[in-house]
Design a protein around this ligand. Structure first.
Ligand code: UDP
Length: 330
């Protein structure tokens, strides 16, 4: 197989690149490094069949040669990122999706869209099945991400029905693991970074709002299953393990052995109150279920953050010149 991953140097994209390379596929990793980081795939540079190309998929996507699967994972995905770069977020979800679909159409490839539980907005149905249309504020601060992904889903279906492209849509629920940026502003990396530094752990509001959190390896397994299937979706992939943010903060303080205390900060505008995937479809169509217990996933993630701190303490080494030279400019 020859696989193209847009956003391949991001958190999820880089784990997908790892999984495809591990099973012997050729991977073309496209990224503009707006929120992705070449460090995330530096270990793959030089692996047989792996290419890292710096390109902005909102400008143009050109990949010479045959392609079997296109996975469109390029997008800022953390609330503070998409508030910082709202127009880029809207562009990559709209024009970027158009280009990625165009590539799949030209190559006769299967196309997988990374959509999100954010299409459900602040849900009035709990847990959320794929049939739920959502409760989204298009003009609120999160609208730039939510509506870009909703548009991307509509465009994906239009290419399926109009051009016969073999498409699949995955709705990704909160996922965590190594390679999340410590400063990306999301709850898990924030809590871990704060707890390891002995700083106050910032819980938004009273912390009663919930999320359902999935370890990255399980998410990747679900996406590989969807990519290898003929299903159109949308299909929810996420661990139904639901937890309040206050419980999560206390759990992370406990697991890190930290002396940090919880402090309460303002709740972001339109912050969803609850979120939990109904995974019936993923289990019946793909035979998928999460396998990594959340505590085990949190431990692995905390270990990785500790290693990063240790590296930083010795001065993070720059990317090796061999790696930098092999970042092709698309
Ligand atoms: N959150 C928090 N403290 C933080 C960062 C986030 O309590 O330092 C809360 C946030 O308000 C939300 C939940 O954690 O209720 C999950 O936020 P995150 O940004 O991780 O993801 P999303 O809102 O996209 O699910």
């Amino acid at each position: 197989m020859r696989v193209v991953v847009t956003g391949g140097a991001g958190f999820l994209g880089s784990h997908l690149c790892d999984a495809f390379v591990a099973r012997g596929d050729e991977v073309v990793c496209l990224d503009n490094f707006l929120t992705g980081n070449p460090e995330n795939v530096a270990h793959l540079v030089g692996a047989p069949g792996f290419r890292l190309v710096r390109t902005d998929v909102t400008d143009y996507v050109h990949v010479p040669g045959p392609v079997d699967i296109v996975l469109h994972f390029a997008s800022p995905a953390s609330p503070i990122d998409y508030l910082r770069v709202p127009i880029e977020t809207l562009k990559v979800g709209s024009v970027g999706t158009l280009h990625a679909l165009g590539l799949a159409k030209e190559k006769g490839a299967r196309f997988v869209l990374a959509s999100t539980s954010e299409v459900y907005g602040d849900p009035e149905i709990h847990p959320q099945p794929e049939t739920y249309w959502g409760h989204v504020n298009p003009v609120g601060p999160r609208g730039v991400y939510d509506e870009a992904k909703r548009f991307a889903e509509a465009l994906t279906l239009a290419y399926r029905h109009t051009h016969g492209v073999d498409t699949g849509i995955v709705r990704i629920f909160n996922t965590f693991g190594p390679r999340m940026r410590p400063n990306d502003g999301r709850a898990i990396p924030n809590f871990i970074r704060q707890a390891l530094a002995g700083e106050p752990v910032t819980v938004a509001g009273d912390g009663s709002q919930t999320r359902s959190i999935c370890y990255v390896d399980d998410l990747v397994a679900g996406i590989l299953a969807l990519a290898g299937s003929p299903h159109a979706g949308p299909i929810n992939i996420g661990n139904p393990h639901e937890i309040s943010m206050l419980e999560l903060a206390k759990w992370i303080i406990d697991l890190t052995g930290s002396t940090s205390e919880v402090v309460h900060i303002a709740r972001p505008v339109d912050d969803p109150t609850v979120r939990q995937p109904d995974t019936t479809l993923a289990s019946t169509l793909l035979g998928w279920a999460p396998r990594v217990p959340v505590e085990e996933g949190l431990r692995r993630t905390i270990d990785w953050f500790r290693e990063q701190d240790a590296r930083a303490a010795f001065g993070a080494p720059p990317l090796a010149p061999e790696t930098t030279q092999q970042i092709l400019n698309g």
